[in-house]
Ligand binder design. Sequence first.
Ligand SMILES: Cc1ncc(COP(=O)(O)O)c(C=O)c1O
Length: 356
Amino acid sequence: MKKHNFSAGPSILPEIAYQNAAKAILDFNGTGLSILSISHRTKDFEDVLASAQSLMRELLNIPENYHIYFVGGGASTQFFHIPANFLATKAGYVNTGVWTKKAIKEAKYYGQVEILATSEDRNFCYIPKGFEIPADLDYLYICTNNTIYGTQYKEDIDSPVPLIADMSSDILSRPIDVSKYALIYGGAQKNLAPAGVSFVIVRDDMLTKVVRELPTMMNVNTHAENNSMFNTPPVFPIFVMNETLKWIKSIGGVEAMYKINVEKAQILYDEIERNTLFRATVDKADRSLMNICFVMAEGKEDLAADFLKFATERGMVGIKGHRLVGGFRASCYNALPKESVEALVACMQEFEQLHK
Ligand SMILES: Cc1ncc(COP(=O)(O)O)c(C=O)c1O
């Protein structure tokens, strides 16, 4: 049976990336060696790294005065790298759920944290707006797409202080104005690569603003200056990321990707609105294109387990909602085909018919 992979992460990647990765595991670039077993200092791998960086720059329109580097440790390592490097006195955080809470906890090891806004009052089902940003902050920190709750910033916000964003779950899914950010980072295991690599896009002036002496691996300059090669980078995830970036370019870049993502999300949100058995959990204006959360309609809650079983039997994978939200979450990342969304919608319709 065909599987439709709605997993929140690690998640579906483009078919061509799987195929090329499989080939490269057996014979990378005609070297007669596996990509899993080559030195990161070989020209062949250096070319892959350079290609991934240059494609990312091209696809996101990243200005010249930004470094791009790839490191291990997951997005969670950046939760403490960021304040270690840039939090001298006080930073502002917008609390939009688990992933910002975790970042806030780490920042408190290094300085004061001011929570400028939070959506905790309604279990993070919206993005707070219209908050003041004091000019004396070392930086402002946001998470642009909240994977667990399915909320997403729809605009690049203006900030009088350096803006730092976790874009783990929406990077390359929509156009962004990189010049509004001082630093963008994320784990690559949703829209880009298998788990094991994070990307960091950092404006050059930030590299001169490191506020304390740090162990070498914690300093942003180490990775920027050594072009991701201070230590052994995650070779295989970077290879796959390069394949994914080539695929995004081949379908027309981020603008084209965005159009497809809007279309896919619309199909599913429309069905959630229409179907009498389900309802969306997020305020309309803040609904994520990547992680689409929904629950059973009022009075229909006892059908949740049945629907999960029903959908699973029809090939849907990874649609169980996070325990903090309940219900269902369909992650519709870049590589998820429209047919998978249509299959889920068909499932919801069939289930509705059974319970009329
Ligand atoms: C938005 C966001 N930030 C951070 C993380 C943590 O990433 P990692 O597991 O790479 O540390 C996740 C993981 O799902 C996430 O969705």
